[in-house]
Each structure stands twice: as structure tokens, then as C-alpha cells.
Design a protein around this ligand. Sequence first.
Ligand code: NDP
Length: 330
Amino acid sequence: SRYFTLRDYPKGTPSRELFELRSLELPGLDDGEVRIRNTWLSVDPYMRGRMSGVKTYVAPFELDAPLEGAAIGEVIESRHAHFKAGDKVRHMAGWRDIAQLKGDVLEPLPDMQIPEQAFLGVLGMPGMTAWTGLNRIANLREGDNVLVSAASGAVGSLAVQLAKARGGTVVGIAGAADKLEWLEQHDIRAVSYKGKDARQLSADLKEACPEGFDVYYENVGGDCLEAALNNLKVGARIAICGFISSYNEEAPAQGPSNLANLLVQRARMQGFIIFDHWTEYPHFLEEVGPRVAQGEIDYEETIEEGLECTPDAFLKLFEGANRGKMLVRL
Ligand code: NDP
């Protein structure tokens, strides 16, 4: 098996040299174990938090041990009653080509006539996060005006489409021109944050949706949050999903200067961690799966080729080099 380890906990933006590719001869299977050839690896922003060496809501990655993350693969050998060679499974032993695990931690892939890697993106953890943030945290209602930051990413691109289907005005904040174009093609009003301070961004959001927003789906933090707080309707709900703009910051991020707008607009802001909501995953799949299968929901993927590229794919998330879900194909 070839796998990546972390040599040290990074300060600021991680450098490529911190990731080390190693190899190991796997022992024969024990009773109950399964060997899997990974076909797709997921890289996700939350992994940066696991590289800080501090326990947050998950334990930090251990130095010099195989890194972890969501992956999809094919069973090549099994000593577990529920799995046989050829089965497609999802598990958390990513960042490597061959995984050897207890069968009990494997999830069989649902049979939905959808490309398997979708279960790492639009129908996996990021998709589930978009659905939960809108429906369970922000209590999305028919006709709500919704603002989403990092709107063309794995989470954001589903959030804007789910919100759009509820009939209100949907505005997406994104970086690059091709991302803004993708949003416009889906009837989402697109606003770039590049080269703007919170005041300018706030003015542009006002122009995109003069009535203001009932819901803000937050993926970025910093100036995006400040600008959003200037454009809330009375009774707005803010789902705090992530603050990617600060994950590589060495000093704690400064809070927005206009938090008082929560009071003025009688708004509510709530953070959430998707793992607390995982029991609802079957419900999400039942609702969103068929819409993906029928092509009603569009999902983009940015694919890097080969295990060696995994750290690069991960680092590109912080440069905005992905549209939709960032994946590594093995
Ligand atoms: P994305 O696919 O959205 O990829 C990250 C995107 O973030 C980039 O493409 C880039 O888009 C944008 N970005 C990166 N750095 C900055 C920056 N400094 N300022 C503004 N935008 C930036 O990732 P995911 O969809 O997987 O994750 C989106 C958010 O959701 C993250 O904050 C993540 O931590 C969070 N999350 C939270 C979960 C939870 O349980 N609460 C679960 C899953 C994800 P652009 O070109 O537009 O800048």
C-alpha cells in the first residue's frame, strides 16, 4: 500500500513538502477484514483543521501515520461475511491506494445509476452538508432570498440549486470568472469577491438583491460574513457551515464589525457540524438522489489524476482552483 503521512503540523498555508508518500507491505487479512483498491479519494477543507495538532470536533491527524479521508474503492479480497470481491464501498481510509479495514466500517454504495464518485460529493458528505444547513439549520422556506458563499464549490453548488428550487432570489459569491458564469447559467445571481473589501462586496450584494436575504449560507467568513450581515432581512437565519478564508491564518480571524445587525434584524446565526446530523443521511439520499439521477441537479467535479497529486489537490482548495467537488482519481 502507498499512503501519505504528515511530517509536521503546518503553521499558515501548508507547504507541499509536509506531505510524504510512503509504502508498506500489508499483512494477510485477519478474520473480519477487507482489502480495498481505492478508485477515488476526497480532499476536503475540514482536513486543514485536522492538521493543526489540536482537537476540535475531530481528533488531529497523527504525524507519520497514514492520513485519513473519505474514499471510494472496490473490494479485492474479503474475510467479512457482508463483502465479496468486486463490491463498491465507501470508507474513511483515503490518502492511499490500497486500504485494509474491518468490514464493519465500510458502507456499501447505494445502487442509484449515478457515477460512484458522486457519493463523495453531491450525494456524499458535502451534499448532505448543503441540504442540512439549508433545511435543518437555516429552516429554508418557499420564496426565501438566499445568499451562499463559496457558491460554486462542493457544498455551495448544491446549496444554490436547492435554494433556487424553492423559488426565491438566490445569489452566489465566488472567485473566478468561470465560476460566476456557471452560477449565471443556473439562474443564480453571481457576485465576485475578488479584489473587494467588505464595503464594496456589501454594495454589490445589495445591487444583486435589493430586498435583502432571508438566509445566508456561510462557507467563507471574513469580508463575506461582514457584507452578508449588511444585507439581512428582518428575521434572517444564518447557517455557519465553514470559514475557509481563515483556515490558513496564523492569528485568530477578526470578527465582523457589524454583528449588531443580528440584533437590529432580529436574525439568528447557528453553526453546525454535519457528523451530528448523519442519521438523516438516508432521508437526504431519498430526496436528492433521484434529482441527481434525473439530471435536475447539476454537479461539477475537478479531478486530479494519481495518488501523488493528493496533497496538491488538497492545497488547491485554498486557491479556489476547484469547481464543484475536488477529487483524486486513482
Ligand atoms: P469547496 O468545494 O467550496 O472548495 C473550497 C472553495 O472555497 C474554493 O474553491 C474557493 O472558491 C473558496 N475559497 C478558498 N479560500 C477562500 C478565501 N480565502 N476566501 C474566499 N473563498 C475561498 O469546499 P467544500 O464545498 O468542501 O467546503 C465549503 C465549506 O464548507 C468550507 O468552509 C468547509 O469547511 C465547510 N464544510 C463544513 C462542514 C460542516 O460540517 N460544518 C462539512 C463540509 C464542509 P472561490 O474560487 O469561490 O474562492
